[in-house]
Design a protein around this ligand. Structure first.
Ligand code: NAD
Length: 250
């Protein structure tokens, strides 16, 4: 087992699949106690089992990030066991079905903003408060997207939400920098996970063609960057926004 997160307590939202799953596995391999949180209980428990099978420590906690009350309970999970929260990975998210902005319904807009932006505001807010309360700092990593850095036609609500996540990150990071709470954002480019299913096979191969490295990213590659930002190896990094996208220009 690698070891630079031994004894750290970490929460990963949307930890059952894709980037969240690979991040949960990697944090646990590095020695963290990981809460794999999701709405997909079966898949989340499979991740927990995989972690326990290699001797790691993990628990599944159900949390629908569109509900503030669920997030309050989730962020308090370690505190209720007299432990502290060291690492918060705000990863859960969805994409909208490709639609031009002038055709986006209010229902779709509200859902995307709630799930991809307001949820991160809540997760970041409650995790920050806990990390400030015992004056021992912590690391929060928000998963945005290259779609939040530039225009992606047909993905308007998603782009707006992810641009919001970037601003949420950089603003809050400066507010709590002196207190030792670090907040950074990761902007993956197109990565091989279920979230890309909304684009269909044709959409996916068009994405692939636009990536200078000629392939989609792997969730484990994104997890490597997230784990670095979560760890003390990145101790002088805060308020930063990292692209991981095979060279994609956005
Ligand atoms: N895959 C990509 O190309 C890509 C690119 C840029 C950014 N991202 C971002 O990475 C993050 C992870 O996405 P992914 O690609 O692994 O997708 P994914 O669909 O494989 O995983 C998303 C996870 O979020 C969970 N989730 C969905 N709604 C939820 C809710 N209401 N409450 C709690 N959990 C919920 C899902 O169950 C799933 O486990 C997202 O924020 C996404 O926007 C992905």
């Amino acid at each position: 087992m690698e070891s630079n997160l031994i004894g750290k307590n970490a929460i990963v939202t949307g930890g059952a699949l894709g980037i969240g799953k690979e991040t949960s596995l990697l944090l646990a391999k590095k020695g963290a106690n990981v809460i794999v949180s999701d709405i997909k209980e079966e898949e989340g428990n499979l991740v927990v089992k995989e972690i326990q099978n290699f001797g790691g420590s993990a628990t599944y906690v159900h949390c629908d990030v569109s509900l503030e009350e669920d997030i309050i309970q989730l962020t308090n999970h370690f505190i209720n066991q007299n432990k502290r929260l060291d690492i918060m990975i705000n990863n859960a998210g969805i994409a909208n079905k490709p639609t031009f902005m002038h055709k986006v319904t209010t229902e779709v807009w509200n859902k995307l903003i709630l799930l991809d932006l307001t949820s991160v505001f809540w997760c970041q807010k409650y995790a920050t408060k806990l990390m400030l309360s015992d004056k021992k700092g912590g690391s929060i990593v928000n998963i945005a997207s290259i779609a939040g850095l530039g225009a992606s036609p047909s993905l308007g609500p998603y782009c707006v939400a992810k641009a919001g996540v970037i601003e949420l990150t950089t603003t809050a990071a400066l507010e709590v920098a002196k207190a030792g709470v670090r907040i950074n954002a990761v902007c993956p480019g197109w990565t091989e996970t279920a979230i890309l299913d909304v684009a269909g096979e044709r959409g996916k191969s068009a994405m692939e063609k636009n990536i200078p490295m000629g392939r989609l990213g792997k969730p484990s590659e994104v997890a490597n960057l997230i784990a670095f930002l979560a760890s003390d190896e990145s101790s002088f990094i805060t308020g930063s926004v990292y692209k991981i996208d095979g060279g994609t220009r956005s």
